[in-house]
Design a protein around this ligand. Structure first.
Ligand code: FES
Length: 106
């Protein structure tokens, strides 16, 4: 990967318009794992959720940092927030919920 001046940017993340130059600059400025690149550039956070760009960035980082691709941290998937009924929360603070034995006329 040379440092030549490119006439046209090389797009790494099509969803978020992140270029190869953006990725290389982030690495040179201290990003040494995917989480850092993701937070800094928004890469991998588009509609495809990084299916295209994450494998490319792993390869770029591995070459730039002299590491094996499997040494680089993969961003941890976060479980989606699961809705829970409010009554479940109220039980923990000992509040009577309408329809569960509470006095409806009080
Ligand atoms: S190409 Fe990067 S998130 Fe879709």
């Amino acid at each position: 990967m040379g440092e030549e001046v490119r006439k046209h940017p090389i797009i790494i993340c099509r969803c978020r318009d992140v270029t190869l130059d953006d990725v290389l600059k982030a690495i040179d400025e201290g990003c040494e794992d995917l989480e850092c690149i993701k937070r800094r550039l928004g890469l991998g956070m588009g509609p495809c959720q990084g299916r295209t760009c994450i494998p490319l960035v792993i390869g770029i980082m591995a070459r730039r940092l002299g590491k094996k691709p499997d040494e680089l941290l993969i961003p941890k998937p976060r479980a989606p927030v699961t809705p829970i009924p409010v009554s479940l929360l109220l039980k923990s603070v000992d509040v009577k919920v309408e329809g569960e034995g509470g006095d409806e006329n009080a």
